[in-house]
Structure formats: C-alpha cells, structure tokens
Design a protein around this ligand. Sequence first.
Ligand code: TYD
Length: 220
Amino acid sequence: MNNPATGILITFEGIDGSGKSTQARDIHNALSLAGLNVRLSREPGATPLGEEIRNILLSDKVPVGNLAELFLFLADRAEHVQDVLRPSRSNGEVLLVDRFIDATTAYQGYGMGHPLSLIENLHKTILQEIEPFRTFLLDIDPLAASERIRNRGEKKNRIEERGLEFFQKVRNGYLEIAKQNPHRFRVLDATLPREELNRAILNDLEPPLLTHAAGRRTGG
Ligand code: TYD
C-alpha cells in the first residue's frame, strides 16, 4: 500500500488510441504545478537499453517472434524497474508510468495467448517490492480508438497493425484485470472530454497524495 516515506506509483493503461499518454502528461503537469515531487515515465523505452528494445519492438527492422516479443517487453521492464522505479521509490517521488505490468498481461497474455501464470511469475521476479498504488484504465472501443489513430495521421507501429480482433481481446483482458483488482483500478470512459478525465483522475488522487505529502513533511 501507500507508505508516505517511500514513493507512490501510479500507472496509466489502455489500448492504443485511448488517450492515456495525454492523460498521463496532463496529470504530470497538474501535479508539478501543485508543487509535488512528481516524475513521468513510460514503457517501453525509458532507459538506454529500453530505447534500443523499443526500436526493435515497434519497427519492422528485424522480425520478432511472439515469445521473443514477450521477453523483450519484460527485459525493458526489468531495466526500468532497476534504473527508474526503485530509485524513484527510495526518493519518495510520485511516479506516473505510461503503461506497466498490465500492458503485458493484456497484450501478450490476453492478446497473444501467452500463459497468464508465466507472465505473473516473471513479474514477481522483476518487481519484488514494487507495486502500483493506483492504475487508471482508459477504456475505449477498439474501432473508435483506431479512428483516433487514423485522424492523428501517424503511421501505425508493428503492434498497432494487429487489427480489431486483437484489440478486442486486449480491451477485454484489461477489463478482466481491472475486475480482479478493484482496489487498484479505476476504469474511465476514454471518450469523455479530456478535462473531465483530468478532473476525475485528480479527484481520485487527491486524498492519497495529501496523505503522502503529509508523511513526507513529517518524515514518514
Ligand atoms: P507506444 O508508441 O508507446 O504506444 P502508446 O503511446 O500508445 O503507449 O507503443 C507501445 C506499444 O507496445 C503499444 O502498441 C502497446 C505495446 N505494448 C505491449 O504490447 N506490451 C507491453 O508490455 C507494453 C509496455 C507495450
């Protein structure tokens, strides 16, 4: 749970085109303006090794098999946890992460069909004491999400190319994970206006972040 002496980890999840990166940035700005010791990170690609892995995973540079894909996302995470999450926790920061463990469970587990138990066990080794306090799931119909991506005019990455049936599995996977972890998850309707989503997230975070800040002032 949330120990004020240590950091607090908040994650943002959702299928491609759900707008979760925009929300993560907005919340980072709002919390920075409020004077909190807050940092924004993301997966994959937050470390030097992660950047290389991200390039391999998202481009068509080299073919990547399904099992290798799973392990590459996990290698990126192991490095991220070691280089960013552990130090951030020790520094007592509020750390916002754009995609984390649930992305692998949803995309590689529910989406690609890798055993959920394998993913869970590998996560135990990678995470140890690290645990998200809150996860915001930006939920959206895959067709609407795909239209958003098209309207942005960006080229789809290797994973975004997978089509509606895949993203339906990923979405249902995310909703299932949320159902199994009701204390950690907040499921939000990603089609709501950006400001309304900002408000919902900030309202939800206010009480735990006040406790966290008070704990830091009194030294825990
Ligand atoms: P990215 O451009 O970062 O997408 P977004 O900005 O929407 O997060 O690309 C990351 C892609 O990698 C995205 O399609 C989701 C996928 N992904 C997985 O399949 N498994 C994972 O564990 C993670 C972290 C991401």
